[in-house]
Design a protein around this ligand. Structure first.
Ligand SMILES: Cc1cc2nc3c(=O)[nH]c(=O)nc-3n(C[C@H](O)[C@H](O)[C@H](O)COP(=O)(O)OP(=O)(O)OC[C@H]3O[C@@H](n4cnc5c(N)ncnc54)[C@H](O)[C@@H]3O)c2cc1C
Length: 445
């Protein structure tokens, strides 16, 4: 891959048709001072900026939306600055990935417990901006739960340090105003690069523990029974260390599995308690691995005819939409079919934790969905289907998972960010707030 692809090109979202002429500069700062210099240049040129981490975000926010802009990559800001095992933190530059951090920590018997599947390329700056996490968020939380503080530089060059309690800044008026607004790390989490440049993060680390677990599979009559079982597990705070639900899958890829099912790993001494919640069959370790392998391959295999695509990957199913999960799945499928997409696979982390725009935690299942791609759809038609899904999520109480399809996601979060930007200023990823950007986004699909 060329450096140009890393910095200004490739990203993992469906918004991949970029007009490179609109990118007026691509920068690779190494230090906070370098960032200051680029921002000064952007202000002189009256251009907005977009920060790009690993480019693995699925919302397209790291593209900058095809507006005239500077792209600032954190590719070269990936140093681990301080390790403090005693107090349980490391200070890192924003471009370090979880794997970069753990490569250094694990030999010392410590670990940074944020593990999205993309942990080899996703950066901690990007992960905080999408509030990502792995299939263990149920036990280890999302990125915001594992971040202690973030240093940020605003578009006009002012600096702030944000933690879970509030803000500090050498600009007293700014500090007061942001604290009056109640600005904390919750606001930076899943802000999609719209507030400022994160130049350094302090993240939590804990001793590395290898917990002994046993494996099992639970089968269900339908998705509602699965959703109700997950609801009981959540209420009981079940110590599930790995939970992955396979809700439905095309016959070409589901092998011999009977769906819906839930693959589980948990401490052996939890076996009897788990039986009070659901029936399950214990599995030998090789059988657990075989099932995990089928799950991992779901998004990678195509049907015998056609190709699969992820139109809208992250359905956060919780509360009522979880209790009536079959109805939720049926409504999604009806909508997909009405736009000519054939449902192909639905699967995902369960039980899982994420946050909604009000910063309340949500618990349930983060369901990924794959469809068989119809021929000949224009970018605008694809976008229309996505926007209809967002409306459906609103209607039936599902949360589009923030790292996936923002800016069409959470209206509460958007309103909050707009309020904060009245104080911190604009200039970072302004395109996310445009009301009539459908034309531009449609042309990028
Ligand atoms: C194969 C694959 C698997 C994935 N699995 C998971 C998963 O298991 N869990 C999960 O949560 N996500 C997952 N994702 C989504 C993705 O990895 C996450 O959204 C990730 O957090 C993005 O990090 P990034 O560094 O690639 O950010 P980018 O995509 O580069 O950027 C994301 C956002 O962060 C902003 N940003 C980046 N760095 C900074 C900074 N220093 N300062 C200010 N703003 C910044 C960007 O402007 C953009 O808005 C997956 C993606 C892929 C492709």
């Amino acid at each position: 891959m060329k450096i140009r692809d890393v910095v200004i090109g490739a990203n993992a979202s469906i918004f991949y048709r970029l007009d490179f002429k609109k990118i007026k500069g691509a920068y690779y700062p190494k230090t906070e001072e370098d960032v200051d210099e680029v921002l000064a240049r952007a202000r002189e040129s009256r251009l907005g900026v977009t920060v790009k981490g690993g480019g693995s975000g699925l919302s397209g926010a790291c593209t900058g939306g095809n507006a005239e802009r500077f792209i600032i990559s954190t590719l070269l800001m990936n140093r681990i600055l301080t390790i403090n095992e005693h107090e349980g933190y490391v200070d890192v530059q924003p471009g370090a990935s979880p794997d970069d951090i753990n490569e250094i920590l694990e030999p010392r018997g410590y670990k940074f417990y944020v593990a999205p599947s993309s942990r080899d390329i996703a950066t901690v700056g990007g992960i905080l901006n999408t509030d990502g996490g792995g299939n263990d968020t149920w036990v280890n939380g999302t990125m915001r739960d594992n971040t202690i503080r973030a240093k940020m530089t605003l578009y006009d060059g002012r600096k702030i340090v944000v933690d879970h309690k509030g803000v500090r800044s050498n600009d007293g008026a700014l500090e007061n105003e942001l604290n009056r607004l109640g600005f904390t790390l919750n606001d930076v989490a899943s802000s999609h690069g719209t507030l400022g440049f994160i130049t350094e993060l302090r993240v939590a680390i804990r001793p590395l523990t290898e917990l002994e677990v046993v494996g099992a599979v639970a089968h269900f009559d339908d998705a509602t029974e699965l959703g109700q079982t997950l609801t009981k597990m959540i209420a009981a705070k079940s110590p599930i260390k790995y939970g992955e639900a396979l809700v439905e899958a095309h016959p070409d890829i589901r092998e011999d599995l009977q769906l819906p099912l839930l693959i589980l790993q948990f401490p052996e001494d939890y076996t009897d308690d788990l039986r009070t919640i659901t029936d399950f069959t214990m599995l030998q370790p090789d059988e657990v691995e075989r099932m995990k392998e089928i799950r991992i391959k779901l998004p990678k295999r195509n049907p015998r005819e056609g190709i699969q695509l992820a139109l809208f990957e992250g359905y956060g199913i919780h509360d009522q939409s979880l209790l009536k999960m079959q109805e939720s799945v049926d409504r999604i499928n009806e909508l997909l079919i009405s736009h000519d997409y054939k449902p192909f696979a639905k699967y995902g982390h369960a039980p899982s934790k994420w946050y909604v725009g009000s910063n309340e935690p949500a618990y349930g299942m983060v369901m990924h969905s794959r469809e068989i791609k119809p021929e000949g759809k224009s970018g605008h038609e694809v976008l229309k289907a996505i926007l209809d899904i967002v409306d459906l999520c609103d209607e039936i109480g599902m949360t589009p998972k923030p790292e996936h399809k923002w800016p069409y996601g959470d209206r509460i979060k958007r309103a909050r960010l707009e309020k904060i930007r009245e104080v911190v200023g604009q200039g970072f990823n302004d395109f996310i707030f445009c009301d009539d950007c459908g034309e531009m986004l449609g042309s990028m699909v």
